[in-house]
Every structure is written in structure tokens, then in C-alpha cells.
Design a protein around this ligand. Sequence first.
Ligand SMILES: Nc1ncnc2c1ncn2[C@@H]1O[C@H](COP(=O)(O)OP(=O)(O)OP(=O)(O)O)[C@@H](O)[C@H]1O
Length: 261
Amino acid sequence: MELVKVKELSKDFGGVKAVQDINIGIEEHEITGIIGPNGAGKTTFFNLLTGIYTPSSGEITYHLNNKVSSRHLKPQKMAKYGVARTFQNIRLFKEMTVFDNVLIGYHCNMTYGILPSILRLPSFFKGEKAANEKVTELLKIFNLYDKKDEKAKNLSYGDQRKVEIARALAANPRVLLLDEPAAGMNPNETNELTKLIQWVKDYFQLTVVLIEHDMSLVMKLCDKIFVFDYGHLIAEGTPAEVQNNERVIKAYLGGDYVAQA
Ligand SMILES: Nc1ncnc2c1ncn2[C@@H]1O[C@H](COP(=O)(O)OP(=O)(O)OP(=O)(O)O)[C@@H](O)[C@H]1O
């Protein structure tokens, strides 16, 4: 079943056509990769998917609990719809602890309002307990529990990326969008992350969409790959299909990559 349908989607910035006439469907419970050279339009596409940008034309439709289409997409509403994301440039609260950074992701799940918090009503304590349990579970999954009281800024780059993913998962999403999750990671960290993404996808029954330049991660993880170049969709298919696509080889991967793959 298609969870996200993108129809004739375009985004212009003045004269720059960042995304042009994209038509794709994202299947539920699959890992979908968006790849392409620098400037191909991948991040712009994510920003359209999460309501940061409004399309110049075309439409995005999420088939979640309710049908949600482009004109209702707003960044602050995405978590409520069941869509969470991470960013290419890590956006943690650097002075806050690892635990509190992940806890923030949970806040949109809190069912009690401000009054129960102020009055310390039972619903407040119940909510706090559930939040603590969820954050603890996620930190253990990401092997970060020992670092829960560290300030985020003191963690390695790889660990900061994991905190960001854990924070996105704390919102209990159905769709997880990862913008270059392995950027800045060494090969061991990338390998660990590759396994983790697969694991959390299965465990939390997620639909994952990721942008990534690291081809080892993309080729191992993705069920389907869409290749962008100059804002256009130039190819789509399984990792094997995409690797052997002439247009992709020319535009992006290069002959060397195919030899390694
Ligand atoms: N806010 C903006 N204003 C003007 N131009 C923009 C804006 N955002 C992106 N662009 C332009 O749109 C094109 C696509 O950029 P985008 O960042 O989406 O590419 P990308 O595939 O994510 O690249 P990278 O892999 O380097 O992150 C580029 O030419 C970029 O300069």
C-alpha cells in the first residue's frame, strides 16, 4: 500500500528549479532511498514532504490515519500526523542532556494539558512515567543509555546523529524521514547505523525514507531507490536496478562505484 503519493511536484526558487515534476509513491513498511548528486533537489524534496516548503505546483498526499495533503502540511503538525524527520545538519539542543533531547521528541504525544502539569494531577504523573519509559527504551536501543546525562554537545558526531534519530522515534511516528543519517560517521559507525535502521524499522513497523550519499548504507538497506538529478527523477528501482542504470551511472555513481558494488 502506498503511504505517500507525490504527484507532479515542483518547487522553484526564483529561476532555480530545485524539484521538477516528481511523481512517486512511497510504499508502507519499506525503506525508500532518495539519492542523487549534490544540488539534485533531495533536501528540497524532504522539505516539501514535511511542510517546510510549499510546492510551486503539484501535490503530496499522506495516507495515514487521515488523508493529509500538501496544503495541510506544516512543520509543527507533522509529528501529530505521524511523520518525524532528522536533518542534514544535526539540530540538537547542545546544552541539554541526551535524555532531555529525546524527551522533547516525546512531548507531542503527551495527552495531558498544562493544567494537570501545574496542579500535579495523576494524569501528569502517568504521562511522565510513560515518557520516561519510552525515552529509556530508545536510549537502550541506540546504545546511548550510559550517556543519558551527558550534554549532547559532548557526544561524538555519530552518537549525536543517533540521538537525533531516537528523538524522532520518541514521537511515535509511522513515517521516519532521515536526511543523511550517516553523514560524518566512520565505516564502523555507518555499519552499526545500517543495522539499527533496519532493526527499528521492523520493530516499530515504520516506513522509512532516507537521503544518503553513503552507497553502502543505501544499497544494503533500501527496498526501493529514487534517483534525482537537477531536480528531475531520472531513475527508480531496486538497488540492483539502479546500480545498473546507465543514466544513474553517468549522473551520479560513476564507473568506479559499479566496479566496487
Ligand atoms: N532556499 C533556497 N533558496 C534558493 N535556492 C535553493 C534553496 N534551497 C535549495 N536551493 C537550490 O535548489 C537546488 C537543490 O538543492 P537541494 O539542497 O535540495 O539539493 P540536495 O540534493 O539536497 O543537495 P546536497 O546533496 O548537496 O544536500 C540547488 O541548486 C540549491 O542551490
